[in-house]
Write a protein that binds this ligand. Structure first.
Ligand code: GTP
Ligand code: MG
Length: 285
């Protein structure tokens, strides 16, 4: 069962028209998702890319695919072009140099919004994210703005990670929950789906994080915008081929950023309470 949360922030748009609130027949709360774009960022994924493309096409044949390659030195860009030549649903966005996963996704989101897609899927090329989870995740989007494929809710799991790595991820997510007061269990997860409207609401222009923090940043922005974030359990599999691009520096930078966001959030809450108390205190009795 998906677990869900609503942002504590302001609701961006009213959920129901006033007529629905007085008991008239309910309409679906969200528009149907017709056009789906699967974004696949790649940096040196020559051997993995054809496999993930095949699995995505088999699992969600109605979706289009956009490969986001940052001029991989191992020739992934050429592999991507060959896939695009063989399959008309596949396209490639070539970017001149490696700028991080976040920048690649932002370019892919912009492309997808310009081309009229209703939902944009993030999936790694390295085999960690099983495309076979996509039907359940897309189904959850019927009543969500953002769907996260979650490792850390009941039914979710990680395959082939050493205990140290598991503890790191669970610890990072606990830290994020405490610092930001946001009840997402896997805010760092990179397997997710955004409704196009959710991305428009979040706004892509002022996303500063492009590395490890990118997923957390967008989750936090979604929650603060009052969007509905739903987590669906997934089985995450460690990559078998190629190399991880995560490093210690990126990880510690993420910890500091989350602390800064948390401090800003709490300061805002305190200021709001102080203003309220001042107003109450000044009211004639
Ligand atoms: N276009 C682009 N893709 C990237 C970049 N960095 C990573 N990727 C891709 O993003 C996906 C996730 O990268 P990984 O290296 O697996 O990083 P990770 O999944 O956070 O780390 P691990 O869990 O250790 O695998 C893979 O498909 C990478 O090829 C980048 O700078 N540009
Ligand atoms: Mg990976």
């Amino acid at each position: 069962m998906p677990t869900s949360l609503r942002g504590r922030g302001r609701q961006v748009a009213p959920r129901r028209a006033p007529s629905q609130q007085v008991g008239l027949p309910l309409e679906p709360l969200r528009a149907p998702v017709r056009r789906v774009l699967v974004l696949i960022p790649t940096y040196n994924e020559r051997d993995n890319l054809p496999i993930v493309v095949r699995r995505v096409r088999e699992t969600v044949p109605q979706a289009d695919l956009l490969i986001l390659d940052d001029n991989s030195p191992d020739g992934t860009g050429q592999v991507a072009d060959d896939l695009a030549t063989s399959h008309e649903q596949v396209q490639v966005l070539h970017r001149p140099s490696k700028e991080g996963l976040g920048k690649a996704y932002l370019a892919g989101f912009t492309w997808g919004l310009e081309h009229g897609y209703d939902a944009l899927v993030e999936i790694d090329a390295d085999g960690s994210h099983r495309p076979e989870h996509l039907p359940a995740m897309l189904a959850a989007l019927a009543d969500a703005d953002v769907v996260i494929g979650s490792r850390w809710i009941p039914g979710g799991e990680v395959v082939n990670w050493p205990l140290r790595r598991k503890l790191l991820s669970v610890g990072a997510n606990a830290y994020i929950r405490i610092m930001l007061g946001m009840h997402v269990h896997d805010a760092t997860a990179g397997f997710r789906i955004y409704r196009a409207d959710a991305l428009r609401t979040i706004g892509l222009d002022d996303v500063e994080s492009h590395g490890y923090c990118f997923q957390t940043d967008l989750t936090w922005k979604a929650v603060r915008a009052g969007l509905r974030v739903v987590e669906v359990p997934i089985s995450f599999v460690e990559r078998e081929v190629g190399h991880s691009k995560m490093d210690k520096e990126v990880f510690s930078e993420a910890l500091v950023k989350v602390a800064q966001w948390g401090a800003k959030h709490r300061a805002g809450q305190l200021a709001a309470v102080a203003t309220k108390l001042r107003r109450q205190g000044g009211r004639p009795g």
